[in-house]
Design a protein around this ligand. Structure first.
Ligand SMILES: *[C@@H]1O[C@H](CO)[C@@H](O)[C@H](O)[C@H]1NC(C)=O
Ligand SMILES: *[C@@H]1O[C@H](CO)[C@@H](O)[C@H](O)[C@H]1NC(C)=O
Ligand SMILES: *[C@@H]1O[C@H](CO)[C@@H](O)[C@H](O)[C@H]1NC(C)=O
Ligand SMILES: *[C@@H]1O[C@H](CO)[C@@H](O)[C@H](O)[C@H]1NC(C)=O
Ligand SMILES: *[C@@H]1O[C@H](CO)[C@@H](O)[C@H](O)[C@H]1NC(C)=O
Ligand SMILES: *[C@@H]1O[C@H](CO)[C@@H](O)[C@H](O)[C@H]1NC(C)=O
Ligand SMILES: *[C@@H]1O[C@H](CO)[C@@H](O)[C@H](O)[C@H]1NC(C)=O
Ligand SMILES: *[C@@H]1O[C@H](CO)[C@@H](O)[C@H](O)[C@H]1NC(C)=O
Ligand SMILES: *[C@@H]1O[C@H](CO)[C@@H](O)[C@H](O)[C@H]1NC(C)=O
Ligand SMILES: *[C@@H]1O[C@H](CO)[C@@H](O)[C@H](O)[C@H]1NC(C)=O
Ligand SMILES: CC(=O)N[C@H]1CO[C@H](CO)[C@@H](O)[C@@H]1O
Ligand SMILES: CC(=O)N[C@H]1CO[C@H](CO)[C@@H](O)[C@@H]1O
Length: 646
């Protein structure tokens, strides 16, 4: 378990160093109970489900509660609340952060995280009405001197009194306000109850919170962390977002840095060692433009770069983003086919997120990614950032993506055994390059059939790499709950947010199994961690009948030995313990060197992360997860006995 801890530490360290201003996504406190659950395996599965439900609700309304599980012993309740002042995007960002931090409490029966902009909790009982808890506490900020302490304390006490006595009467249990103390010094405050509590509960909670934080005075910041509410005052206007601060740049500037900080932190999670240094170096080269009024200068300097395209040129190339030219819908935006004046065909991605505020960061990112080139990676040609929206320009590939072939009974015929094998090998080579050879080490995070594009000779090229480093939404699939993608996600990533190259190896393994079987069996929400296809393959592996799983269209095109070998590699890649999965470099060797002996997979795909820990410590009794509680076959016992049999 050293590796994951290392990553988390890296994450935290980078976070605090990169965001000197405190952002809404900064963690204030994590509180875990000291009792642990009886059945950690199914509890974890339900935890993931519960968080998925909250993810969707919170993206829609800023608040969500959930309950998941069938047996009393493994029921997981969840509650997430963004404070009202967050914009929708900031709310998702904050949730994504909290979602990564919360599982560190597992297997405790209750876990809570308070962030500067949101709150997330899980527990083994229905706590949605709870307002006062044993772990209620408060955090006082810096003791920075305020010039007129008495006046500051008096007015802030009044402000907090006013806010807490008004918030519970509001629609969303939220109230914000400020008071001017002296020239240049103001006190700002908010009071917020979770939407699930009742009015009298909210009132009690705020009252208790008020009593706590006035104890922070005359300190310049106080936060009350209660089971049912959050109250804060500060000399910083922390609740004001960018749009409400159009003119005066200092807050807007801070806010921008805050956003950059949080995005940057996320970027940092997936970049290791040297990459961070490169990134900082590159960033520094733009830092002279970091003054609030320098944006036009940034844009000018970028416009002169070779990577830069004029917005109008791209608009014309795509016939004003004509629907007829739409060729896809990626995780980060809609893709259009375009033809440049010189006749070159391109693919233009219109990004969902308006990144204009983040122009210099974004450009650095594009600059870095454009340097990552390999025959099995889609080439990034450039971008446009000076127009009304941000666009990325990629090479155009005429044969769309792998999924459109694999799951189409007619087009599938074009993919004979040779082609499929080449796709499997090519994808492995592209991934090896991303993981090991490129200037910046990149974890793709979203390897799946629709992200494997095919060129005119049906050779594979991996799309959408690198962007996850930058984009808020790519920050964490944990936060976005893309159902189709969940089936590809490594268990340690789904449950604990632990992200290493081995998460890509896992997704790649799932991809191999899909290419060989041409069966798609993505999971529904309620079976997040389950994956029917994979447990089927595992069952056939154990009974040595893998040929039955092969796509009938391939029958007779290849030897059984070859087929079993590739299946086995797929299973090796999807072993539950990240440490058992081979690195991509080894996968390429296994695939290309037919005389080499293969190691045998020892673990079935689904095992609980707790189980993984136990396994790593050499514990024989760790229980394995069957693919879902509804799975008819008890993969559980079967695989256990097999493991012990070997
Ligand atoms: C949990 O920890 C607290 C403080 O460390 C202690 O007072 C309490 O008794 C503990 N509860 C249990 C159930 O162990
Ligand atoms: C509930 O728990 C019992 C015993 O712990 C188990 O036999 C049963 O399969 C569980 N039901 C579900 C739906 O998980
Ligand atoms: C700013 O905050 C208000 C709520 O206080 C919200 O309605 C608005 O959408 C936010 N705007 C942006 C751009 O974040
Ligand atoms: C939790 O309790 C609240 C109020 O007591 C109730 O409205 C809600 O339905 C409960 N949730 C579940 C999942 O039982
Ligand atoms: C409101 O919630 C509190 C605390 O959870 C509870 O004690 C009280 O009975 C509830 N009041 C009403 C009117 O439901
Ligand atoms: C900002 O966050 C750091 C830790 O993340 C904390 O030590 C500091 O007190 C915070 N400052 C303010 C003004 O909240
Ligand atoms: C705060 O102010 C007091 C007197 O006004 C002064 O003695 C003290 O050094 C100041 N502390 C800080 C941290 O500036
Ligand atoms: C608190 O509310 C009272 C009554 O509405 C008002 O007179 C006073 O100015 C408010 N104080 C602050 C600090 O907001
Ligand atoms: C902010 O924008 C509003 C309307 O958009 C405008 O009336 C106001 O003057 C602006 N404030 C500043 C400080 O520019
Ligand atoms: C294939 O693997 C065998 C055994 O590991 C090794 O001896 C041989 O050199 C490899 N061949 C190639 C071309 O790498
Ligand atoms: C199978 C398939 O659709 N192949 C196409 C790939 O793209 C080339 C060039 O556009 C076409 O000629 C092929 O028919
Ligand atoms: C989760 C899911 O969709 N499972 C389906 C996978 O495919 C088999 C048939 O191939 C169905 O029976 C499962 O319901």
């Amino acid at each position: 378990m050293v590796l994951p801890i290392l990553y988390i530490t890296l994450f935290l360290a980078t976070f605090s160093s990169s965001s000197s201003d405190n952002s809404s996504a900064v963690i204030i406190l994590r509180i875990c109970s000291n009792t642990t659950v009886v059945d950690p395996e199914s509890f974890d599965v339900n935890f993931v489900d519960s968080m998925e439900i909250i993810s969707q609700k919170i993206a829609a309304t800023g608040f969500g509660i959930s309950a998941s599980g069938e047996n009393i012993s493994d029921l997981v309740y969840g509650l997430g609340q963004c404070y009202n002042y967050l914009s929708n995007i900031d709310c998702r960002l904050c949730y994504a952060e909290s979602r990564v931090k919360l599982p560190l409490c597992l297997p405790a029966t209750v876990g809570q995280v308070y962030l500067d902009g949101c709150y997330l909790r899980y527990g083994n009982y229905n706590f949605s009405q709870e307002v006062i808890g044993d772990s209620d506490t408060f955090v006082c900020g810096s003791s920075k001197n305020v010039s007129d302490e008495t006046r500051f304390s008096d007015l802030t006490t009044q402000l907090v009194q006013n806010l807490t006595s008004e918030a519970y009467q509001q629609m969303d249990y939220y109230k914000e306000g400020s008071v001017s103390v002296s020239s240049g010094v103001s006190a700002y405050g908010i009071a917020q109850c979770w939407r699930s509590v009742n009015k009298s509960g909210c009132k009690d909670c705020l009252e208790s919170a008020r009593k706590n934080i006035v104890g922070c005075l005359p300190g310049s910041d106080g936060k009350a962390l209660n089971a049912g509410c959050f109250v804060r005052y500060s000399t910083e206007p922390f609740y004001m977002n960018v749009s409400s601060q159009n003119g005066s740049s200092s807050v807007a500037g801070n806010r921008l840095k805050v956003v950059l900080g949080s995005v940057f932190a996320v970027v940092a999670v997936i970049v290791i060692g040297g990459a961070i240094i490169i990134l900082w170096a590159k960033r520094r080269s733009f830092s002279r433009f970091n003054n609030p009024d320098g944006s036009s200068e940034i844009i000018r300097s970028i416009s002169e770069s070779q990577l830069s395209f004029k917005y109008d040129v791209l608009r014309k190339a795509t016939k004003e983003f004509d629907v007829g030219n739409k060729i896809g819908q990626g995780g980060y935006g809609t893709v259009y086919k375009g033809i440049l004046p010189d006749g070159r065909e391109i693919a233009v991605k219109r990004l969902f997120f308006n990144t204009r505020q983040w122009v210099d960061q974004f450009f650095n990112e594009v600059n870095l990614i454009s340097g990552v080139q390999h025959k099995n990676l889609v080439k990034l040609i450039g971008c446009s950032i000076e127009g009304p929206e941000s666009l990325l320009v990629y090479e155009y590939l005429c044969n769309t993506s792998l999924d459109r072939f694999l799951y189409d009974p007619l087009r599938k015929k074009a993919l004979d055994w040779g082609k499929r094998f080449d796709i499997i090998v090519g994808t492995a080579e592209g991934l090896t390059y991303l993981h090991e050879a490129s200037e910046i080490r990149i974890i793709h995070r979203d390897i799946k059939a629709s992200n494997i594009l095919l060129d005119e000779r049906l050779r594979p090229k991996i799309a959408d790499f690198g962007l996850a480093r930058y984009f808020a939404e790519g920050q964490s699939h944990l936060s976005t709950g893309i159902a189709g993608t969940l089936g590809y996600m490594a268990p340690e990533y789904v449950v604990h947010g632990q992200l290493t190259e081995k998460a890509d190896v896992y997704s790649y393994g799932v991809l191999i199994l899909e290419v060989l079987t041409a069966r798609k069996n993505t999971t529904s929400m309620s079976t997040t961690v389950g994956h029917y296809l994979m447990s089927q393959v595992w069952d056939h592996y154990t009974s040595e009948t893998l040929m039955e799983m092969l796509d009938p269209a391939l029958q007779g095109q290849c030897s059984e030995e070859q087929v079993v070998k590739v299946f086995t590699i797929g299973l090796l890649c999807t072993q539950a313990s990240p440490s058992l999965r081979p690195p991509m470099r080894k996968v390429v060797e296994m695939l290309t060197n037919m005389t080499r002996d293969l190691p045998l997979p020892t673990q079935p795909p689904y095992i609980n992360v707790k189980g993984v820990e136990a396994m790593n410590e050499g514990c024989e009794t760790s229980s394995l997860l069957s693919s879902s509680s509804k799975n008819p076959v008890s993969t559980n016992q079967m695989s256990l006995s097999i493991m012990q049999g070997r």
